[in-house]
Write a protein that binds this ligand. Structure first.
Ligand SMILES: [Zn+2]
Length: 155
């Protein structure tokens, strides 16, 4: 597999992302988080299309490939567990999530949750929901459940 062209990348400081988040927050308040969710979702769908184009073999392999890639790319440590690929449910554990870079006044890992939602939805070709476990502020470590829209959530 060929890597993406270097033209596809730009290096940004995390502080710039934080400034970006702060500006969105100033304009839109807490609703600004939805913007990050939607940006993440688009990015996640593209990422899943790439994994699928690599003809990776199975959805489970694609998920583990994502864990590896995002660790390498310093996005954080993603771990999928309790997978039921038939029912399209499972658990996501996030550690060292780079979404913390966005935490100015917005807080919460909207981008990563959007990314994972988009990735899983594209992979399973179905609308996947991820849980919003924001009962406590996310400091870059959190756990989310995911499920297909036609499956009742089992917490
Ligand atoms: Zn989080």
């Amino acid at each position: 597999m060929l890597p993406d062209s270097s033209d596809d990348y730009v290096t940004l400081r995390k502080q710039m992302l934080a400034d970006f988040a702060q500006s969105v927050s100033e304009l839109f308040g807490r609703e600004g988080g939805t913007i990050f969710f939607l940006v993440g979702e688009k990015s996640g769908r593209r990422s899943a299309q790439k994994r699928l184009n690599e003809s990776i073999g199975s959805n489970e392999k694609a998920l583990h490939r994502l864990e590896y890639l995002k660790h390498e790319q310093h996005w954080g440590d993603i771990e999928f567990s309790g997978l039921d690929l038939e029912r399209k449910t499972g658990k996501i554990s996030l550690r060292n999530c780079f979404d913390v870079s966005f935490k100015s006044s917005i807080g919460e890992c909207f981008f990563m949750r959007g990314f994972l939602t988009g990735f899983l939805s594209e992979l399973f070709q179905e609308n996947i929901t991820t849980s919003n476990s924001y009962d406590k502020p996310c400091d870059g470590t959190c756990t989310q459940l995911f499920w297909a829209s036609d499956v009742k959530r089992e917490a």
